[in-house]
Design a binder for this molecule. Structure first.
Ligand SMILES: [Zn+2]
Length: 256
């Protein structure tokens, strides 16, 4: 039996570019759909509302940003509890048995066959469509923009940042954006906060951008700021204004 049924949606939605744009927007944790076969995964209704199932608010920010920038947007529709699309295949937290201290019953002792079935059905098709988008642009300058959101509190620690820029192979683009964000003195901007981007615990930026030495930004916005429509629009507008400036400055400063 196939992992996804005829009633399950495709694992990604691609919103085509509305004009020529160097930005390739991707949203690994936009969705929280579960394949019919997995039911509710044994996770309570309240927990499905939490950040463990998806990146709260980022799907909507992505949609507004797509409209404002006219850039292509590729988003994952299934919950990261089914499979985390920002983890490499086989990574220990790719199919999390525990997420932020919450047990995920459907992910206890997942067999090798089941893991591969989830990868084939969800992880690979999503990354294949990103790969095709990048490949068809060969020869022109583009930048991968990976959109995420983070919870305002973790293990009792209140996170002060409004936005964080995560980087590894391309610190220059991140630094340019951090400096521009800091022009607004009211913003607390994280530099590789609240996470450090790396090739072990991240997948999308290392796999698609680092190995091509392609410019990339991984943007994390604090979830309470984009939990509602007003904040989602406000942050999409902020990014839509900044990204072209960042890109112009990045090109001015030269190649990676
Ligand atoms: Zn995320």
């Amino acid at each position: 039996m196939a992992f996804l049924s005829d009633r399950d949606p495709l694992p990604y939605i691609k919103r085509d570019a509305l004009k020529d744009s160097p930005f390739i927007l991707v949203s690994d944790h936009a969705g929280r759909i579960v394949p019919e076969k997995l039911g509710d995964m044994g996770v309570s209704r309240d927990d499905w509302e939490r950040h463990i199932s998806h990146d709260i608010g980022i799907k909507e920010v992505g949609h507004y940003l797509h409209k404002l920038c006219g850039s292509v947007l590729i988003e994952q529709v299934y919950s990261r509890l089914v499979i985390d699309c920002n983890r490499s295949p086989g990574h220990p937290t790719s199919i999390a048995s525990v997420s932020d201290n919450t047990n995920i019953p459907a992910n206890q002792s997942v067999s090798e066959d089941e893991r591969r079935a989830r990868e084939r059905a969800i992880l690979h098709p999503y990354h294949d469509v990103i790969e095709r988008e990048i490949d068809q642009r060969k020869g022109s300058d583009n930048i991968l923009i990976s959109l995420h959101s983070f919870t305002s509190e973790m293990n009792g620690f209140k996170r002060p940042w409004h936005i964080g820029l995560l980087h590894d192979h391309d610190p220059l683009t991140a630094q340019i954006m951090i400096d521009m964000l800091k022009e607004d003195k009211t913003l607390c901007v994280g530099d590789n906060e609240p996470y450090i981007l790396n090739s072990v615990n991240d997948y999308t930026v290392p796999y698609h951008a680092a190995r091509r030495q392609m410019p990339a930004l991984e943007i994390e916005i604090r979830q309470d700021l984009i939990a509602h429509e007003t904040g989602q629009k406000e942050w999409a507008e902020r990014l839509a204004n900044l990204l072209p400036r960042v890109w112009d400055e990045r090109k001015r400063r030269g190649n990676l």
